[in-house]
Design a protein around this ligand. Structure first.
Ligand code: ZN
Length: 313
C-alpha cells in the first residue's frame, strides 16, 4: 500500500517536472523563433539602439520584439526599417491607414522616442485591428546612430529637402544658396531623390497609400498641415483632425509653416494631396520625452482613429 502511494507520488512529481520542462522549452522556442527571425543587420542595429537608449536613459527599446520590415539600406548600408500594426489584408483596415515618420533628422532625438512610445502603446493595446498604422521610427539611422547625431544623413544631405517635387530642379539649390546661405545642415542633395532615405519614405507612401501622414520633428513647437485645401468642403476631415490634434494637446500651436523644395509636406501634401501633419515637439532634450508622450499621446491616438475620405491623387 505504502509502495503504491510512493510510486504514485513519484509519478506525479515526474510528470509535473516533465510539464514544467515542456512549457519552459516551448517558451524558450518562442523566444528563439523571434530572435532567429531578426536578420543580422537588424540585430546589429538593435544593439546600437540599446546603447543609445541607455545613454539617453530611455530604458530598454526591446527592439527585437517588433516585427520589422526591411527592404533597402541607406547609402552607408544601414537598414531602413518600418513596422505595421493592424491587418494588412483587411480592406477595412487599409481604408484607414496612417503613416508615421520619426527620426528624419537624427539630431532631433525626441521624435525617435515618441515613435517608440507609440509602438509600445500599440503593442500593448489591440484596439487598432480595424486600421493600419505604418511606423518608420528612424527614417535616417545614419544621422542618429552616431556619437554626435546630425540633421543630415550619412552623406550630408537633408532628406527633408530631397523629395522630387516639381520645384526641386529650379528652386532647391537656388533657395539653399540665397536664403540659407548654403547652410550645410540643409543641403538638398546633388539631385532630387538621390538618397535612399528619401526613396524609402516615398515607397512607404506608394506602397500603403496612407490617407494621412504624420511626421514628427523638433523643436519648432508647432503643428503644421500641408495637403488639400482646408477650406474645401471635401476636406472637413483633414481640418477637424488638425483642430482636434491641437485641442487634445492642450491647444498646441497650429502654424502654417512654409513648404520647401524637396520637403515631405510639398511632395506628399501639396503634390500627392495626402493630408500631411508635421508635429514639431518643443525640444530635443532626451530627459523630456515622457512629458512629450503624455502631452501628445491622445492627439496621435485620435489621429490614428480618425478616418478620412480616400485621397484623390
Ligand atoms: Zn526636423
Amino acid at each position: 500500500m505504502f509502495s503504491m502511494r510512493l510510486s504514485c507520488f513519484i509519478k506525479i512529481i515526474f510528470y509535473s517536472v516533465l510539464t514544467i520542462f515542456h512549457n519552459f522549452t516551448l517558451a524558450d522556442d518562442k523566444n528563439l523563433v523571434s530572435s532567429i527571425s531578426l536578420s543580422d543587420p537588424i540585430k546589429k542595429m538593435c544593439t546600437q539602439l540599446e546603447i543609445k537608449f541607455q545613454d539617453y536613459q530611455w530604458g530598454k527599446p526591446f527592439c527585437e520584439n517588433f516585427n520589422w520590415n526591411h527592404v533597402r539600406n541607406s547609402n552607408l548600408g544601414t537598414p531602413l526599417i518600418w513596422t505595421v500594426f493592424g491587418d494588412e489584408n483587411s480592406e477595412t483596415a487599409k481604408a484607414n491607414t496612417t503613416l508615421i515618420l520619426c527620426g528624419v533628422h537624427g539630431d532631433e532625438i525626441t521624435p525617435i522616442k515618441f515613435c517608440w512610445d507609440l509602438m509600445n502603446e500599440l503593442s500593448a493595446n489591440s484596439t487598432h485591428k480595424d486600421k493600419l498604422i505604418v511606423i518608420a521610427p528612424i527614417v535616417a539611422p545614419d544621422s542618429f546612430l552616431v556619437p554626435k547625431p546630425t540633421r543630415t544623413n550619412g552623406r550630408g544631405v537633408d532628406v527633408n529637402r530631397n523629395f522630387p517635387t516639381a520645384d526641386w530642379k529650379t528652386d532647391a539649390h537656388k533657395r539653399w544658396k540665397q536664403q540659407l546661405k548654403s547652410d550645410k545642415r540643409k543641403f538638398p542633395g546633388h539631385s532630387s531623390a538621390s538618397e535612399q532615405e528619401t526613396i524609402f519614405q516615398m515607397n512607404l507612401v506608394l506602397r500603403y497609400k496612407p490617407n494621412k501622414v504624420i511626421s514628427v520633428h523638433a523643436p519648432l513647437t508647432l503643428l503644421d498641415y500641408d495637403g488639400p485645401s482646408l477650406r474645401a468642403d471635401d476636406n472637413k476631415g483633414a481640418k477637424l483632425l488638425l483642430e482636434q490634434m491641437s485641442n487634445k494637446a492642450s491647444g498646441y500651436k497650429v502654424s502654417n509653416y512654409p513648404i520647401f523644395p524637396g520637403s515631405l509636406g510639398n511632395w506628399a501634401g501639396k503634390e500627392k494631396h495626402i493630408p500631411t501633419y508635421t508635429l514639431e515637439l518643443p525640444n530635443s532634450n532626451p530627459a523630456e520625452t515622457n512629458q512629450f508622450w503624455q502631452l501628445f499621446k491622445d492627439a496621435v491616438i485620435y489621429a490614428i482613429e480618425h478616418k478620412m475620405n480616400p485621397t484623390v491623387d
